[in-house]
Design a protein around this ligand. Structure first.
Ligand code: ZN
Ligand code: ZN
Length: 134
């Protein structure tokens, strides 16, 4: 499915080809902190299926408890989260943050990860798969 999106201020614009069946949410504590809310909503996109149309995102290098690092990209002007990507691994996969996608109403999550750190008042309906961790 072809989607397109932009950050809140419009500095960044993109288009991507995504698989709606791969849409997920993540309840891990890093996603809570980095998103400023209860979970992250995203879809994996191979780098070749993602096209930046405008702007240049800023990068924050996140180090996980495991020692692994990844890039968290966001708009340098309005701070809208855009995507994350692993460092070094080729071909890379971007986890595109779907709050910026124009077609977001059609992108319901099919799985939930890190449910063990989910806030207990959060109820997401019509979810196919729930996982305690990854
Ligand atoms: Zn922006
Ligand atoms: Zn997470």
């Amino acid at each position: 499915m072809k989607i397109d999106g932009r950050c809140h201020c419009g500095f960044i614009a993109y288009e991507a080809e995504v698989d709606p069946a791969a849409v997920f949410i993540c309840h891990c504590t890093d996603c809570q902190v980095l998103s400023g809310t209860v979970f992250r909503w995203a879809v994996p996109v191979p780098e070749a299926s993602f096209k930046l149309l405008a702007g240049k995102p800023k990068t924050y290098v996140k180090t996980a408890e495991s020692g692994k690092t990844n890039h968290q990209l966001f708009c340098p002007e309005c701070a809208s989260p855009l995507y994350s990507t692993s460092i070094g691994a080729e071909p890379r996969v971007f986890n595109l943050r779907l709050g910026t996608a124009r077609q977001r109403a059609e992108l319901q999550p099919k799985s939930e990860y890190w449910c063990r750190s989910a806030q207990d008042w959060v109820a997401v309906h019509q979810i196919a798969g729930r996982f305690e961790t990854q």
